[in-house]
Design a protein around this ligand. Structure first.
Ligand code: GLU
Length: 309
């Protein structure tokens, strides 16, 4: 008898409400939306708002309104990481019982920023494991770290192909929680994606280096591994980082009516698609439908670059 299996895609977009939506995030939103919807799946929205100090009031709403203006409508309720502390506590306790984590007294920049996703420029030197064998007597706990093994962790990225990392050389034993109780992005993202049933993670290339850390946690916890696709990054005109101002979707939109459609088409082209010029007269939802029908991870460009509107 035929064995019929249907893999229902659950994708997600997980911006941090530390500012208004920027162009790189719009690319991640559109890419993850098209790929989830092409599989007939669901596309979830989660606000990664764990890092209390970097939150800007009103930005979660602002991001949601911007997504809606592009017809990027999420399925179900919006999730907020700040409301999931109970789940993080529970999983943290499981890891503790397994003996996978240890308290650490070292003070490093990585600890201060651990609640936020480490984008390229935020990555730190690997932690040398100073507290692995125990902390000095009476030292204060500044963080909790997970022990990482020497072995290589590999996965097949839908765009980049096979990607391998040996964690001791990249992050070392990484922070899961700060001494003040705040949970780290690396733990929160793994717990949230798992609990929401996410099986496809599409996001910017600047998080590629975090993926082996997340896969390692999934393996420790016995969680299934999602499929990953890391998208090319948007650069400024001279190939450099985009300036803060140029980076904002609102700045690109200006006050020009219908500019969303032009920007959406530019994002499709940036993602290696070739939308027909007539689409420029159509609504955002028609443009997205076209994108869903044509998206192909194999056609995603190998390099990022300028997004030309
Ligand atoms: N919230 C993270 C960010 O600011 C992204 C989370 C993820 O896609 O894993 O980029």
């Amino acid at each position: 008898m035929e064995k019929c299996q249907y893999h229902h895609v659950v994708g997600r977009f997980a911006p941090s409400p530390t500012g208004a939506l920027h162009i790189g995030s719009l690319v991640a939103a559109v890419g993850s939306y098209l790929m989830a919807k092409q599989g007939g799946g669901r596309w979830l929205l989660r606000l990664d708002d764990l890092d209390a100090q970097r939150q800007v009031p009103g930005m979660a709403d602002d991001i949601m309104r911007t997504l809606e203006s592009f017809g990027l409508l999420w399925d179900g309720e919006v999730a907020f990481q700040s409301r999931h502390l109970e789940e993080y506590r529970r999983i943290f306790a499981v890891l503790q019982q397994m003996g996978a984590i240890y308290p650490c007294a070292c003070s490093r920049r990585e600890i201060a920023r651990s609640a936020s996703a480490p984008h390229l420029e935020d990555e730190c030197m690997p932690y040398p494991g100073t507290c692995r064998g125990g902390m000095k007597a009476n030292a204060a706990i500044r963080s909790w770290r997970v022990r990482v093994p020497e072995e290589e962790i590999c996965f097949a990225d839908m765009r980049k192909g096979r990607f391998c990392q040996t964690l001791p050389a990249v992050s070392g034993d990484f922070v899961l929680r700060r001494g003040d109780g705040e949970f780290a992005y690396q733990l929160a993202v793994v717990v949230d994606d798992h609990l929401a049933g996410v099986n496809q993670v599409v996001r910017g290339d600047d998080l590629l280096a975090s993926t082996p850390r997340q896969i390692y946690l999934q393996r420790l916890l016995g969680f299934p591994q999602p499929d990953y696709c890391h998208l090319p990054l948007v650069a400024g005109p001279d190939g450099s980082k985009l300036s803060k101002r140029d980076h904002l979707v609102s700045h690109q939109l200006g006050n020009v009516a219908g500019r969303e459609r032009a920007l959406l088409l530019a994002v499709l082209r940036f993602l290696g698609q070739n939308p027909p010029p007539e689409l420029a007269r159509c609504s955002c939802s028609t443009i997205l439908e076209w994108g869903i029908a044509h998206v192909n991870p194999r056609q995603l460009p190998a390099q990022g670059g300028v997004l030309v509107v």
